[in-house]
Design a binder for this molecule. Structure first.
Ligand SMILES: Nc1nc(=O)c2ncn([C@@H]3O[C@@H]4COP(=O)(O)O[C@H]5[C@@H](O)[C@H](n6cnc7c(N)ncnc76)O[C@@H]5COP(=O)(O)O[C@@H]3[C@@H]4O)c2[nH]1
Lengths: 181, 181
């Protein structure tokens, strides 16, 4: 099953590399982003990993919810990986308007392997249809949860946010959910 | 099985995005790298994707073979992906000394999913041991071959190079193999 391998790949090839460095990245981001409002005044310093059950992924969070604005990127992390010199790992910072009317800074992104689930379900030769896709997303979420629970390097540096598509009628579902974490 | 999902992920999340742009990247690299020797005088303009059967991946090709030198990186490609703004995709250019004594330029890298196979075989809770790892690498190679054979966007822009570990005693096996392609 695809979910098991992609959950391990997402942990071993990404989260395990980037989560230990996240707090330092946020610190140096704040050093270069002094403005009228305090840097990261409100908002979690964890990586918010969005997992929509229907695998419908946007490339820009503000396309999903106009209470979300792209702010800037964290500084690049460059790591030599498998022959690629200085492969770049980075995260985007978003400013999210909460129901309290205040802005919350956060580092948020969709779990990239969900794009693979979505695209595989569109390719006939991949042998992976829409009905099993939702099941596989749920299995991916549970497997990833188990892996991260056992990971000392990643402890307390992330939140897995499962997004239910029953709320698709609420234009501010995503911002409300993010602020709730 | 893990190989099927990782082969599709490698194609849908990477090769399908980067291979169509590869030739243009090499052109603009040559425009900025005029030197005494002609740019890309000898050497393939395809992405050489190295697949060692034993999943033993180096992060720097020159660590494997001293007839290989890192030259420079191709220009960055920036693509908005799943909430990460301007995610960077790049490749490294290597100068490889052939048995003819001449330098060949090439864009080469290991198939990164093999790192997942290797790391999973080291984690007891992943349920993936060393004996099945070799089998899964071979299945990854065959699945990827089939996917790429059917891909119009990627046609003629890559070479899959399966590396057998029976040649581990030859310190120039990698450079000879690369020049052969
Ligand atoms: N958000 C996010 N930002 C990143 O920088 C990143 N890098 C990896 N990942 C995800 O982690 C997992 C492990 O990555 P790995 O490198 O082993 O496989 C990668 C790798 O083999 C190849 N690939 C993707 N991007 C690059 C890249 N920039 N350079 C080389 N190879 C790449 O294609 C596979 C699938 O990539 P994604 O489908 O984007 O998701 C990956 C994957 O689910 C990322 N996710």
């Amino acid at each position: 099953n695809v979910a098991h391998g992609l959950a391990w790949s997402f942990y071993l090839g990404y989260l395990r590399l980037v989560l230990p460095r996240l707090n330092d990245s946020i610190k140096s981001f704040c050093a270069t982003h002094q403005s009228s409002s305090p840097c990261w005044g409100r908002g979690s310093r964890k990586l918010l990993i969005l997992i929509p059950l229907n695998a419908n992924i946007s490339h820009k969070l503000e396309d999903e919810d106009d209470n979300i604005r792209f702010y800037d990127n964290l500084p690049n992390n460059e790591i030599d990986r498998a022959g690629v010199r200085g492969r770049v790992y980075k995260h985007s910072v978003y400013r999210v308007l909460g129901e309290d009317g205040k802005a919350h800074d956060c580092v948020a992104e969709y779990a990239t392997p969900l794009l693979t689930f979505y695209n595989m379900s569109q390719e006939r030769s991949a042998g992976f249809g829409e009905p099993e896709r939702r099941q596989q997303v749920l299995l991916f979420y549970k497997t990833l949860q188990n892996i991260l629970d056992q990971s000392l390097e990643c402890r307390n540096r992330y939140r897995l946010i499962l997004l239910n598509d029953e709320h698709d009628d609420d234009p501010h579902y995503l911002s409300k959910t993010i602020v709730g974490h």
